[in-house]
Design a protein around this ligand. Structure first.
Ligand SMILES: [Ca+2]
Length: 376
């Protein structure tokens, strides 16, 4: 999970580089790559209040506190006292558990949930309210304003749902009690322990009380749902008030999303994806899908393997990936062809469903914007 940001090297991006230097500091973002988001359920929440267990006397947690304090130069007493107040949340463990049957993944159903009319209309209002900020972010970073709006809409319904869990509890639970039957339990536990460490450091550096900060079940925070290490690496002060506030400042959230995608290689003006049809008589699906969503074939190579590309895709100067979108049991999958920019969006949340849905949400919002008034 170490994604070194590929900062643009071309002198044409000097302004962008300077802008990125405003960023404070560290890694990956999003939550729902790990599992379906938990359903909001008051009954379950009250059960959890009973089932939650303190980490106060957990020797693993005490040892982690000692190491974190040593590595980060923090007060050992403060780190230990803070972690002692973390609670193990069963609901978070359930949310991080692998889906029982991955075969039921259904792109159309997922897409409908993200691109619902309420979210699209809220997106129109959001775009209108923050039009100049979005334009500035797009100009400085090259990142498409629609994709930024799509991400804010999918993550938090434009800041309306920033998560109900104490970030301390969520990260401690996932660091120390990640579902043991998950195939990637070791890597995920280590990842969330690093995020817990980043969260403590961030709390200390920003003066926020780690006991009151709330976020998603995965510990993602604020309007843009940044993980603590991402906040430190990629978040920017985009409204110029001298502090980075992804909870209260939409400008900071917009600028930080743009900065994040730019750091992960967004190329200005490049489409994110193209439509595609497969010539089933000769399509070499294993070859077409070999590298999954990583763009690794020229348009000509894709054509030779039986992917029928539209003219715009054939003229695309970069590499492409065939992105398979399962449509549930018994149905044929759908496909699109992703570019480097599609892959970049998946660095925000490691899921092709996520990436395509935020891109399409942004496009739907943009299509619904009223036409600009022309002067009389
Ligand atoms: Ca700010």
């Amino acid at each position: 999970m170490s994604f070194a940001p590929a900062l643009p090297a071309s002198p044409a991006h000097a302004a962008l580089r300077a802008w990125i230097c405003l960023a404070l500091a560290t890694c990956l973002l999003s939550p729902s790559a790990f599992a379906a988001k938990p359903k909001k359920n008051k009954t379950a929440a009250s059960k959890n209040a009973v089932a939650a267990k303190s980490y106060r006397n957990d020797l693993r947690v005490r040892e982690a506190a000692r190491q974190i304090a040593e590595r980060q130069g923090l007060s050992a007493a403060w780190v230990r006292a803070t972690l002692a107040q973390a609670q193990k949340l069963p609901e978070v463990i359930r949310a991080a558990s692998p889906v029982a049957d991955p075969g039921v993944r259904n792109w159309d159903a997922y897409r409908r949930r993200v691109l619902d009319p309420v979210r699209i209309q809220a997106g129109v209002r959001y775009w209108q309210a923050h039009a100049s900020t979005l334009a500035r972010a797009q100009e400085l970073s090259g990142v498409d304003a629609g994709t930024i709006v799509g991400i804010v809409g999918a993550e938090t319904l434009y800041g309306q749902r920033m998560g109900k869990y104490r970030v301390l509890d969520a990260l401690a639970t996932l660091a120390f009690d990640f579902p043991a039957h998950h195939p990637k339990v070791a890597g995920r536990s280590a990842y969330f322990l690093q995020e817990l460490e980043a969260f403590l450091l961030w709390s200390h550096q920003t003066g926020r009380d780690p006991l009151t900060v709330r976020g998603s079940y995965a510990g993602a925070m604020g309007i843009a749902q940044f993980m603590p290490s991402s906040w430190q690496k990629y978040a920017v002060d985009f409204d110029g008030d001298g502090r980075i506030d992804l909870f209260g400042s939409n400008a900071d959230a917009i600028g930080s999303i743009a900065n994040y995608l730019a750091a992960f290689g967004w190329k200005s003006g490049m489409p994110t994806h193209f439509s595609v049809e497969l010539d089933m008589a000769r399509a070499d699906l294993p070859a077409l899908l070999e590298k999954d969503i990583v763009p690794s074939m020229t348009p000509a190579q894709m054509q030779a393997r039986g992917a029928l590309l539209p003219a715009a895709a054939l003229a695309h100067p970069g590499l492409l990936a065939l992105v398979e979108l399962p449509q549930g049991l018994g149905a044929n999958p759908s496909y699109v062809v992703g570019t480097d920019n599609f892959y970049t969006v998946t660095r925000y949340n490691w899921s092709s469903f996520y990436a395509l849905s935020v891109i399409e949400l942004g496009q739907a919002v943009q299509a619904n914007l009223p036409a600009p008034k022309t002067p009389d």
